[in-house]
Design a binder for this molecule. Structure first.
Ligand code: ATP
Ligand code: MG
Length: 260
């Protein structure tokens, strides 16, 4: 199963990705975390992993990616990890870091002034995710960049479920509407996770979401905040993500009639 974690900047996407990865791993799933955020640098720290080689660099940088992602090159890819279908085992070992059994793949980062836009990084994510065929015991968690760009690039098309993190801000509610619209257009289920919530605001947030499906509500947690502040691995309270795990474990992939 492939799950995209999206939401407003700073809403808690990377935190939720890490907590879910830990809990799914605890329950015996093989977890691949895909860092699809072209700017932020520290997801590996939250996971307690080292920074692996960046996939875009391993593909030969912008020049190499341009050559490898042309329609004709994609029909007959030289590299195993661009084949269709591809498996987790096809991802180059140097591009995977591992912590407590959780694997981390970093797609690409903007590293130099004037190097070009992030579209290429989005294209790698889109290609890899659409070709990746995980087994029933494998879960792929994609930590998206903030906002909606991944929808614009159709990266979500290769995913089964979208989790939209909503923090207590007006901007987050507005974004939640757009996520619902775009996930609907992509034909992908979206579920909402309230984050940094306290008892006083939980009900108001749910009302503001206007009957959108909320699967969990994660309280503001000072320990999570401090661990993140210090660049430490997170070991937050797993009960907070329990309802999301249940949603994942009971999720039924819709039948794609296009492939029948
Ligand atoms: N439940 C929580 N309780 C307390 N602090 C939290 C919680 N969730 C996230 N935070 C804090 O909010 C900040 C942003 O979290 P995080 O980096 O996970 O967000 P993000 O959506 O991935 O941000 P970005 O858009 O920059 O990638 C961090 O300081 C993190 O520790
Ligand atoms: Mg993040």
């Amino acid at each position: 199963m492939k799950i995209m974690i999206c939401g407003k900047g700073g809403s808690g996407k990377s935190t939720l990705t890490t907590l879910l990865a830990r809990e799914l791993n605890q329950r015996g799933k093989t977890v691949l975390v895909v860092d699809a955020d072209e700017s932020n640098l520290c997801l590996h720290r939250l996971l307690g992993a080292r920074m692996p080689d960046i996939l875009m660099d391993a593909m030969g940088g912008r020049k190499g990616v341009k050559e490898k992602l042309t329609p004709s090159a994609l029909q007959n890819p030289e590299t195993a990890f661009l084949k269709d279908p591809l498996t987790l085992a096809d991802i180059p070992a140097a591009c995977l870091a591992e912590a407590d059994g959780i694997k981390l793949l970093v797609v690409g980062k903007i590293q130099r002034f004037g190097e070009g836009c992030a579209c290429m990084i989005g294209n790698i994510s889109k290609t890899v995710l659409s070709r990746l065929r995980e087994t029933a015991n494998e879960v792929v968690l994609i930590d998206a960049e903030a906002g909606l760009e991944h929808f614009g690039r159709r990266v979500d098309a290769g995913c089964d479920l979208i989790l939209c993190v909503v923090d207590p801000s007006y901007e987050s509610f507005a974004l939640a509407d757009n996520v619902q619209r775009m996930a609907g257009a992509a034909g992908i289920e979206v579920a909402y996770v309230l984050n940094k919530v306290n008892d006083a605001i939980r009900e108001t947030m749910t009302t503001r979401l206007d009957a959108k499906p909320v699967v969990a509500s994660i309280p503001h947690d000072e320990t999570l905040f401090t661990q993140s502040f210090n660049g430490e691995a997170l070991d937050g309270n797993p009960t907070a993500v329990e309802p999301i795990i249940h949603h994942i474990e009971t999720f039924k992939k819709p039948i794609n009639f296009n492939v029948l």
